[in-house]
Ligand binder design. Structure first.
Ligand code: FE2
Length: 273
């Protein structure tokens, strides 16, 4: 009997240990079992119908994003295979490796960008982020003017409002293309795409008008969450959509056109920008 009790306690202890040692999905640490899984494109179809962004533009943009996901997976797979084959010293490996920062950041930046859209564009008053913006920039208006001025710089790339977790400092930064200009260790809070493909379809060369439309759709709930603020759902009513999510305007009766994500499409369209 005593033996059975001891055995039972030992089994329970082992079970607790197993649960405790299981890699956590929190804090940015993914379970080991997912580390080598291919990246999967996220679905941002809920943005369709967003004011100021045509369905055609959004669908094209989703396709470009899917190309980055596909290219990131292909590069990671190919470089691993070259190492296994003992070909890591060659120029093919080197060029693929150089390309990874472009494709990977192209994928991630789009996820941050689409992720901080779809809101009402209204940042509720009296929150820690507003206070931090005022402390860093003097006022919300100053911060916004700096963010917009960064976004209107000539060239293609991104604007990122970063927070340096070491000091709390907030910085608006220009990212050239996808991979140059990132601030190491900083947390992206608000991300805006200013590649021409993000707006030319709807606004031609009027980047200023596109940036205004961007701000009208910022999802501040997401931005606050990235900043670490606990948010109240009631403060963020869902903005009205002109169409049902996923159903293009005027195309309700027609079957949706499926576009195969093409790595070449993504590459050439970005380069045209
Ligand atoms: Fe883009």
């Amino acid at each position: 009997m005593r033996k059975a009790i001891v055995l039972g306690v030992a089994c329970m202890a082992l079970a607790v240990l197993a649960v405790t040692c299981k890699p956590s999905g929190d804090g940015g640490k993914l379970p080991v079992s997912r580390a080598l899984e291919p990246y999967r494109a996220m679905d941002f179809g809920h943005l369709v119908g967003m004011e100021g962004f045509s369905d055609a533009l959004l669908k094209m943009h989703f396709t470009l994003y899917q190309g980055y996901v596909a290219n990131t997976n292909a590069l990671l797979e190919k470089t691993r295979a070259l190492v296994k084959e003992g070909k890591a010293e060659g120029p093919e490996y080197a060029e693929l490796k150089r390309r990874l920062g472009f494709e990977f950041n192209g994928m991630k930046l789009h996820e941050y960008y689409f992720g901080n859209l779809g809101g009402s564009g209204v940042l509720p008053k009296d929150n820690a982020l507003s206070s931090a913006i005022e402390e860093n920039f003097g006022s919300f208006e100053n911060w916004k003017a700096d963010f917009i001025a960064t976004g209107r710089m000539r060239g293609i790339g991104w604007v990122v409002l970063y927070q340096d977790p070491a000091t709390g400092r907030l910085v608006n930064t220009w990212i050239n293309e996808h991979e140059t200009g990132h601030l190491v260790g900083c947390v992206p809070l608000l991300v805006m795409d200013v590649f021409e493909h993000a707006y030319v379809t709807d606004y031609g060369l009027d980047r200023k008008a596109y940036i205004e439309a961007f701000f009208k759709n910022v999802n501040w709930k997401v931005v606050l969450q990235r900043f670490g603020v606990e948010v109240k759902e009631a403060d963020f009513p869902q903005p009205p959509r002109s169409v049902q999510p996923g159903v293009p305007k005027g195309e309700e009766a027609r079957p949706a056109k499926t576009e195969k994500p093409s790595t070449e499409t993504a590459k050439s369209a970005e380069r045209k920008s």
